[in-house]
Ligand binder design. Sequence first.
Ligand code: GCB
Length: 728
Amino acid sequence: MRKITTLTEGWRFLKAAIPVDTAMAYAAQGEAVTLPHTWNAVDGQDGGNDYHRGSCWYVRELTAEETAGERLFLEFGGAAMSCDVFLNGEQLCRHEGGYSAFRVELSGKLAEKNVLAVCVSNVDNTTVYPQKADFTFYGGLYRAVKLIAVPAEHFELLKDGTPGIKVTPVVDLEKKTATVTVETWHNAASVDITVNGETKTVERSAEFTIENVRLWDGVDDPYLYTATAKLPSGDEVSARFGCRVFTCDPEKGFFLNGRSYPLRGVSRHQDLKGKGNALSYDDHKADMDIIRELGANTLRLAHYQHAQDFYDLCDENGVVVWAEIPYITMHMHDGRQNTLDQMRELITQCYNHPCIAVWGLSNEITAASAVNEELLENHRALNELCHRMDPTRLTTMADVFMLEIDSPILEIPDINSYNLYFGWYLGELEQTDEFFDEYHAKYPERVIGFSEYGADANPAFHSSRPEKGDYTEEYQALYHEHMLKMIEARPYLWATHVWNLFDFAADGRDEGGKHGENQKGLVTFDRALRKDAFYLYKAAWNKREPFVHLCGKRYENRCEDTTEIKVYSNCSEVNLYVDGTRIGSQTGRTVFRFEIPLLGEHLIRAEADGCSDSMVIRHVAEPDESYIFNKAAASVTNWFDAGEIDPSCFSVSDTLGAIRANPQAGAIVDAMMAKGASERGDVADAVKDNPALQRMMGRMTMLSLLKQGGADEESIKQLNRVLQGIKK
Ligand code: GCB
């Protein structure tokens, strides 16, 4: 029998990079903490990019009885980012990588009274990923630590945090059977393996056939089987598994069990306001409930290995998962081994989860690194490792928008995906459509997906004329309306993932009225508020029960005489009532728009298929200033709309490409941009040398580019005056 004790209580935390002896001597003066714990729950979320990155200690007494013939191990569910474990002052192990589990043996090392001292570090370095990304790299013992006692004959515990059992189901859809291979690792002479009521006694591995197999069929029926392995000593492990077939077609997209099953969903970071990454099972479960409500059938679990509890929840709820390691943004010359270690652990620890469809090799790795032989070799090594360890799954990669589509790196993983933020950071919404059309036309035989897209929104900000960069809830909703249509028109996209389901901690960010948050979430960081865009996807994806949602509930004070009322619903007909009177109905799909006169305060109610939603809005004389984040930019918009522009001459409303096509106008703009770049000391050469970026900027309006670059109103007006002097 295996005895497992979770070491939750009794820890002392010392926020100091001190030697082990000092940590042990001063432990009593440390802060009493319970696990899971991170030291960045507050400073990692409040902006300033100044959260504590260093080495800290967790110390506690360990009174473990070592029974004769037993072996004792410690299991760390996650220690971010690197960890040194000491027992009574002696170092037992070092583990590098903050997101995978590891174990260490204690047998024969225990005294009567013991001190366990664990040094955890999230200090920046050049060998352990991640080092460059926007999310907070929380430090801490943020997952469970367990003491495991097993008999002398037991399943392997040490090798890469293995569960000791590996289950590979291969399904024959025509015959409705599954051949299930169960492999085990242990030090006994034989093992009893049981699958579906049948037990086989073998040395290491056994094969089973399941007739009339019940498939793991995505969100509709995620049926799970269990394989159990038991040694004569009584040590036992088990793994749930699912019988399913994943395939991808370059023209038709993703298939589950032989039927078309477009993967449409979101990404998730594992953190929460006030808690950092130290989440409880209930926190994970609450997130999964939101995902179920949304109706997503896929999750990209970014940008690292998530908690086993969460992969379990995905198994149980039929959510198809993209799993990945934090090989992100910037390749590190000395980080190669760490990428391989993290991938080996990810696959070893997560192999049995039926939810996982693909292994992600890297994310936007060319954002800050050149595509050179070293980078290619690292990717080839990772790709080969994945295929060697797991021939049943595909590999993929999340590519940054400026990675040329003919880059050799795209040929390494089995399938690809792009992160595109046209319509947010740079470029216009439509450039997304054009990008995929061009890619698909050029490489019709390649499988391509959309691994990230999103726009930040602070639900305090509102506008009736939303535009890129205004952080309004309305712009985020419009952005996603465009993307939803774009996606629905391109069934070849094997998977699409909104970035992100939840706002998350990015301590280096300070934008959109909040410090330390990336606000691209469809739901706020504390999970308390679903932004309007959440309901757009719910309307498109959740087929389970009818619902109707009125957009703009937080946009109460409006100064227009006629206002748009927008409704998201999964029903085909929506009725609208103003102050109790039905003013009309619309039939359609997902998005329903009404125009109503705004005279005073009105009670608006939308009804569809027996459900309803209501809100109060009112007419005000002046715009409500509290709704505007960037007041300067908003005034440029107003000025720009005033009709001061002569369309027969150039202006800031022309695209950079059109302006550059005219030698005189082009020279003025180029000189101005070069000056701006040198003043900012920015990566002008990188931009000049990047054809994809150049093409993309060429399609943007000058106004959009200037606003993006933070130009003030006066310089925009000045350039416009100059351009207006040049005939087209
Ligand atoms: C990306 C990154 C992601 C960021 C996101 C953003 O491309 O992969 O980690 O959070 O952009 O919001 O800028």
